[in-house]
Design a protein. Structure first.
Length: 606
């Protein structure tokens, strides 16, 4: 999952292209590069590291030109180094790519047999050499189409040509690609976020589309080379939401925004007078739904796992939860009265998109719970439910998780009500507590100092475990994921009742074990599982709304108290201390909070 950008202008584009690459860095930050056409030649600047490293390089080498392409990389093929950084150029062509060319090895061999010399280990470089080869007997557009027909896999491409030095060609299959318009400049970019500082007018390419940009116009072609028109979307004027404000990083800003975004999301969906949830246009009549399938990746998958407990608690609907990368390759039996719900912050996660595509092609009805509404997934789903949490820039997802479980809960309560499967009193009690949940989250955030002080004891640990039961099991999974991706320390989320079936062997003196035990029907069982860990020397950090009684009696290392709340709403609260713990441990370790190593914000390759 990389980020690509291209600009065709009447003036020098070097500053603009560097600024856009900085905005795209959440998509990959292990190497960066830019190619421009200058004095009739392709000039390539690229290096390992961040865009700030590329900037230093360019200061020494100089960069100019009215036309150029740029790239930030998340390595798939070949180590993150200068040679494998994009763009990949020949005498005639320079290419940036996001995606994976699955048949690159075969094509590479054919081209080497034809005398082509490869400079990198990447799959992408075959595109450069294929186009160069085709240009010997075709014009630029035919050479691109001939190349695309040979490629297997996914791609978003940006291509410039030495001989056709006033244009950029873009192509999409599987990986997202947008274009942008102003009077005197035209752009291509991996998403609207990369373009919104330069234009508020964008169009999105669909799979198989090719576009040709000059500074004056953009032409679109479908996979059969037929000219097509594209709808122009207007982007919201929301520049400032992309700034850190007074926070030192996006993650701490996004954690602190949770009370506000919860309020905003509830205002969007709940009619506070009639206590009605405003979700309509269900793709399957709620009364007829026989099964619900929840599908996602990473943190979004954990939100689905919380949703499964709520579906089972409030409705009689059968429910399954799947990670998208597994679901998409299983021999799934798709049924029309079943609803397929896809959850994603970015809306661009390749595995989740492919899973939806699979279901749609089999006639399934789909719903997407999304943060980025200008995304591929939201353009594909039958019903789109935005989570209204605003842009999430930090790679480690925080407020989006809270928004995802909130919209899932509102969706489930609405279905339960339509099916008369939830008692009025229970429904109103949950809604009442939900309307106040933002203040409980704020309470925990106001006491974050306790967690900051605890964090120092985690810096040098070998590993840790996060335990929970029922609704707290997915929260244990989510807490462990945050801890891993931010601190680079091993952590495992586990159903507390499963410890004695193996993982208890991991527990030794002083090993931190985080136990999530709100006062619900799993409380006593979780506490006895916690005692099994204490008996083996585990160092317990207990997160509960009932900590006071237990803490004193069970020689627990430390406790974090969360406010008492409706037993089915504990995930909204018990997850916050886990976000903060991962944050503070990473901070104390000096890790890059917003751009953890080896990761990227939206995973656009499988
Ligand atoms: C979470 O912190 C990670 N960034 C990652 O697991 C993420 O949740 C996953 O890649 C899914 O992304 P999506 O919600 O944008 O589809």
């Amino acid at each position: 999952m990389c980020g690509i950008i291209g600009i065709a202008s009447y003036k020098d584009i070097s500053k603009e292209i560097l600024d856009s690459l900085k905005k795209l860095e959440y998509r990959g930050y292990d190497s960066a590069g830019i190619s421009t056409i200058n004095n009739g030649e392709i000039v390539e600047n690229k290096c390992a590291g961040k865009v700030s490293d590329l900037e230093k390089l360019i200061k020494k080498t100089s960069l100019s030109g009215n036309i150029g392409i740029g790239h930030v990389r998340w390595a798939t093929h070949g180590a993150p180094n200068q040679a494998n950084a994009h763009p990949h150029s020949s005498e005639e062509v320079s290419v940036v790519h996001n995606g994976i060319i699955e048949n690159s090895a075969i094509i590479k061999k054919e081209l080497i047999d034809k005398g082509h010399i490869f400079k990198s280990q990447t799959d992408t470089e075959v595109v450069t050499h294929l186009i160069t080869e085709n240009l010997k007997k075709m014009n630029y557009l035919e050479s691109v189409f001939a190349t695309l027909n040979k490629l297997e896999g996914s791609f978003a491409l940006g291509i410039i040509f030495k001989k056709f030095n006033n244009l950029i060609v873009g192509a999409r299959r599987g990986s997202p690609l947008a274009v942008g318009y102003t009077d005197k400049e035209k752009y291509i970019g991996s998403d609207s976020y990369a373009l919104n500082s330069m234009t508020k007018e964008v169009s999105y390419l669909d799979d198989g589309d090719v576009c040709v940009l000059t500074k004056d116009k953009i032409e679109f072609f479908d996979k059969n080379k037929k000219k097509i028109e594209k709808k122009i979307h207007k982007l919201a004027n929301d520049e400032d939401v992309y700034s850190k404000g007074n926070f030192k990083d996006f993650m701490s800003k996004e954690i602190s925004e949770q009370p506000e975004v919860i309020k905003k999301c509830i205002n969007e969906y709940l009619d506070k007078i009639r206590k009605e949830i405003n979700i309509v246009n269900f793709p399957v009549d709620p009364k007829k739904i026989t099964k619900v399938n929840l599908i996602a990746c990473g943190t979004a998958y954990h939100a689905c796992a919380v949703g499964k407990y709520w579906f089972e608690e409030f409705t009689n609907i059968d429910v399954s939860v799947d990670v998208a990368s597994e679901f998409r390759y299983r021999n799934n039996k798709i049924k029309t009265n079943e609803l397929y719900i896809f959850v994603s912050q970015s809306g661009e996660t390749a595995d989740t998109i492919a899973a939806l595509d699979f279901c749609k092609k089999k006639g399934a009805k789909t719903c997407a719970i999304i943060n980025v509404t200008e995304s591929s997934l939201s353009r594909l789903a039958d019903l789109v439910l935005p989570i209204h949490v605003g842009p999430e820039v930090g790679v480690a997802s925080t407020k989006a998780f809270t928004g995802q479980i909130l919209v899932l809960l509102l969706f489930i309560l609405k279905i339960a009500r339509i099916r008369n499967e939830i008692k009025e009193e229970e429904y109103l009690n949950i809604i009442k507590d939900l309307e106040n949940i933002h203040s409980n989250v704020a309470l925990i955030l106001n006491n974050k100092k306790i967690i900051e002080d605890l964090a120092v004891d985690f810096i040098d640990i070998k590993g840790s475990m996060f335990l929970g039961r029922g609704l707290s099991y997915p929260i244990a999974l989510e807490g462990a994921l945050k801890f891993k991706e931010l601190t680079y320390l091993h952590a495992e989320g586990y159903p507390a009742g499963e410890m004695k079936h193996g993982p208890l062997a991991l527990v030794e003196n002083g090993m931190p074990v985080i136990v999530i035990a709100p006062k619900d029907r799993f409380y006593e069982k979780t506490i006895s599982n916690m005692q099994e860990v204490i008996a083996r020397g585990g160092k317990i950090l207990l997160i509960s709304d009932h900590a006071d009684e237990v803490a004193t009696s069970e020689n627990i290392w430390s406790e974090i108290r969360i406010p008492k709340i409706h037993k089915f709403l504990s995930p909204f609260l018990s997850n916050i201390p886990l976000q903060l713990l991962a944050y503070y441990v990473a901070l104390k370790k000096g890790n890059d909070i917003d751009k953890p190593r080896n990761l990227a914000k939206s995973v656009t390759v499988e």
